[in-house]
Design a protein around this ligand. Structure first.
Ligand code: BGC
Length: 818
């Protein structure tokens, strides 16, 4: 085993007051990244200044170039090189990797700060995307901390992506002839393809007179050079090169001299501009730069930049104040109040499109993924959640089925990553129900929404939900359980695929549908979201439909209890031969996590004692110190009839990995049966703040969730992969905020019904809900669940729901558990 597995080590610390994670060594086990941007313009930025920017769609409108799978890793980004006569260095360490006298990266909420010191010079970079503007600001401050005058040369560097990131990596015969730039003053404009079919360009500017520039990459770097020691930087002289084709870049040279103690601040702006078709040109062949110049003018002074930065901070402070807990557990406070909510915003924005593990060209917005991301986001900006629900529902088919993804720019569904995932339709009910519970806005249910983006087929959203519900109700297999189709939540359980040849995609190959293979998991979903659908029907006064839905739900409940019960736990599925999957009868893969969590969350088997039994089986068979595994025993051979799930080496991904997404389902299920100790134990195992101490083993960022942690059967048990873009963020926020701390939106108002460890102690929550502030204090003298007394503004209330009163702005709530 490599030595690094043996030590337990941190690479930084949480600064909760500043809401930052402070990284003190550039050599983190993997790049530890952050996201800049809230809506429209986005950048990914690593702890060594790597990353890239895009506008709305990481595939179609990529501004700067990044090389995935590169060696050495993560060495393209937005860089500032300093040549001080002695050394060539970068404040974020990469790409020169010159050892620094001090290195620090502070990833904050929507911004990152880098500080590098070398030879008595301090260089600070503050990177952020201002709220409501399509640009990234880099405020670069240089301070002479030595006793002598310091004269040095600063070079900026970004490499343009020729817009379509997919083409940019493949279509060299065309694109190497297309690159075009313009230079005006201190701004470098990237205008590839602007002449013909684009009305957008990008620029990189600085608020200072420059001493030179470069736009031809290979001249700047030097032939056969990496970007660690570009020729121009080493020679201290930019070539003033003007690109024509090949790989255009933007680099400024600024010569600076500072007296002892003196500082200088430069403001760089990377901007994206769209011009109206009839205002594209200033003169023949010269782009209309007016909107770009206006953007540059907005950030000319330090004061402008400070103001924009303060606005960003304020924006986030207001959002994060929507749910604020104070408990004696600082890690819970830190995750709930800062990082978990932050990650929920990022997953809402990105779905599964752009991270350091999702290349931005592979997946757009996932139907199922985005519906789930909504669950952790809806309290932050309900209006954006509303818009998203309409966008998603607009891609649904008339028979209730769904495209599995759509592109954020066009908002049109496509089948590139497969179709026929039979859980998809029900997630629309989940997302809509969460939105209506949060906001009380039932008007969304009446909103006319197209099918397959065809406006002529628009019907009220409520009708879309009915079709989601009916799709499952009318697509059942031999046992009366829902047909699985291509797969359900577990993309890799491909029971109708039968792929035998390498290169065939499990998601698109072979028959995606079959009349036999069934999913117990979808059965659990149907019971849970069927009830929520019935609640929505009640809410709009359709009692008959509510009753019909509940009848179907009860039928499914019974079927899951009889056909989906294995004796000690819930069966996972039936395959295309009607053999059980996830049963003691199986040779491998005898128990799966998903139906245990979801069926219990849906309330199935509570009365019969099956719910508790299923959860006990999870603890006995799937638990590890790093989280709960997805299945056991791992598949050691490929099962043609099961598909991709058995294609991974044991312990990784869906084959017995700790798939973090469904750990909160089991934790929530534990709260449903009232076991707060166990619910919290599960919560802690995958929670970033608790695993920070084992960063060396865990390897991904200690401030956000990863999709997967290697399971017990894997060589590197405990090692995480695929950080940031995972439904884990939303589900763990739902778990901790609504079930463990127990503050849950219902149609009638907020419900308070915590389920915590017996020794969790008292805690308070401030929750903003439907325009009002709820100051909730919970007293707990050693119980795990149960509300003995609920007092709202001095009045005792029966039950756990605080009735919502229109127009009331503040509620003071006291809860005594017992
Ligand atoms: C996908 C999810 C899926 C999960 C489990 C993720 O990569 O984005 O949609 O539910 O894998 O297979």
């Amino acid at each position: 085993m490599p030595a690094y597995k043996e030590t337990k080590m941190k690479y930084g610390y949480f600064d909760d007051n500043a809401k930052e994670y402070v990284i003190t060594s550039p050599k983190t086990p993997l790049p530890w990244i952050n996201y800049l941007g809230t809506d429209g313009f986005f950048s990914l930025v690593s702890n060594t200044c790597g990353g890239y920017s895009f506008y709305k769609d990481a595939k179609l409108l990529r501004l700067t170039r990044y090389r995935y799978n590169n060696v050495p890793a993560d060495n393209n980004g937005k860089y500032y090189y300093i040549n001080d006569g002695k050394d060539i260095w970068n404040p974020g360490w990469q790409p020169s990797k010159t050892p620094l006298d001090l290195y620090e990266c502070r990833h904050g909420i929507g911004y990152s700060r880098f500080t590098g010191k070398k030879n008595g010079l301090k260089a600070e970079v503050l990177a952020f995307v201002p709220v409501g503007d399509n640009c990234e600001i880099n405020k670069v401050t240089l301070t002479n901390e030595s006793e002598e005058i310091k004269a040095f040369k600063l070079f900026s560097y970004v490499e343009w992506c020729l817009w379509n990131a997919d083409d940019d990596m493949k279509n060299f015969q065309r694109l190497l002839s297309c690159g075009e730039v313009e230079i005006k003053g201190s701004a470098i404009y990237h205008k590839t393809e602007y002449r013909e079919r684009r009305a957008h360009y990008a620029f990189f500017s600085v608020n200072e007179k420059i001493d030179g520039f470069d736009t031809i990459r290979d001249d700047f770097l030097g032939a056969y050079n990496n970007n660690d020691r570009p020729d121009a930087v080493v020679n201290g002289k930019a070539g003033n090169t003007v690109a024509s084709g090949w790989s255009p870049i933007a680099s400024h040279q600024i010569n600076i001299s500072l007296k002892p103690g003196e500082s200088k601040t430069l403001i760089f702006v990377l901007g994206y501009i769209e011009n109206p078709e009839n205002e594209k040109w200033e003169s023949y062949g010269v782009i209309n730069k007016k909107p770009a110049e206006a953007m540059q003018a907005r950030y000319t002074t330090e004061a402008d930049t400070e103001k924009a930065f303060a606005a960003l901070k304020n924006y986030w402070d207001e959002l994060l104040a929507k749910y604020h807990v104070e408990s004696k557990d600082e890690k819970v406070n830190r995750m709930v109040n800062i990082w978990n909510q932050y990650q929920c915003m990022v997953t809402f924005n990105m779905s599964r499109s752009a991270s350091y593990y999702e290349s931005g060209i592979g997946r757009g917005m996932g139907f199922r993924d985005s519906c789930q991301d909504l669950l952790g986001f809806v309290h932050l900006i309900p209006d954006r959640a509303r818009e998203r629900i309409i966008d998603i529902a607009s891609t649904q088919f008339e028979d209730g089925r769904a495209y599995h993804q759509y592109q954020p720019l066009t908002k049109k569904g496509n089948s590139d990553i497969g179709s026929g995932f039979n859980d998809d339709p029900l997630w629309l009910i989940a997302g809509t129900s969460a939105y209506v519970r949060e906001t009380g806005d039932t008007s969304i249910l009446m909103e006319k929404v197209p099918f397959d983006n065809d406006e002529s087929k628009a019907t009220p959203l409520m009708d879309h939900l009915k079709r989601s519900f009916d799709f499952t109700a009318t697509h059942k297999g031999p046992h009366g359980l829902p047909l699985i189709g291509r797969a359900d939540w577990n993309d890799c359980l491909n029971l109708n695929c039968f792929s035998e040849h390498p290169g065939e995609s499990f998601q698109t190959f072979g028959p995606g549908e079959g009349p036999v293979a069934e999913s117990v998991f979808i059965g659990g979903m149907f019971v849970k979201y069927g009830k929520e659908y019935a609640d929505l029907c009640e809410l709009i006064g359709d009692k008959a439909e509510a009753a019909r839905a509940l009848e179907e739900v009860e039928k499914m409940n019974k079927t899951v209890l009889s056909e989906g019960w294995d004796g000690e736990w819930f069966v996972r599925a039936y395959d295309a031969y009607s053999h059980k999957v996830g049963s003691k009868e199986c040779e491998e893969g005898q128990i799966y996590i998903e139906p245990q969590g979801f069926c219990v969350m849906a309330g199935i088997g509570l009365a019969e004692g099956k719910a508790v039994k299923a959860l006990d089986s999870v603890k006995e068979r799937l638990d590890t110190e790093y989280g709960v595994m997805i299945l056991q025993p791992a598949y050691t051979k490929y099962h043609l009839e099961l598909g991709e799930v058995s294609s991974y080496p044991p312990g990784y991904k869906e084959n017995a990995g700790i798939f973090c997404h469904n750990n909160p389902w089991v934790s929530i299920a534990e709260t449903v049966v009232g076991r707060g100790d166990r619910a919290f134990e599960i919560y802690k195992k995958t929670c970033p703040a608790y695993v920070e101490d084992i960063s060396e083993i865990h390897r991904t960022e200690p401030y956000v969730y990863s999709q997967m942690v290697a399971g017990r059967d894997a060589k590197f048990h405990g090692e995480a992969k695929n950080s940031w873009l995972t439904g884990t963020a939303a589900w763990t926020f739902v778990n901790i905020s609504q079930y463990i701390l127990g503050i849950c939106p219902t149609h009638k108002g907020l419900s308070v019904d915590p389920c915590v460890p017996a020794d969790f102690g008292d805690f308070t929550v401030v929750r903003k809900f439907r325009g009002a502030t709820y100051n909730i204090s919970v007293e707990n003298k050693g119980v795990q669940k149960g509300v003995k007394e609920l007092v709202v503004d001095g009045r005792k209330i029966e039950g756990t729901v605080i009735p919502f009163e229109e127009g009331k702005s503040e509620y003071n709530v006291k809860v005594i558990m017992g």
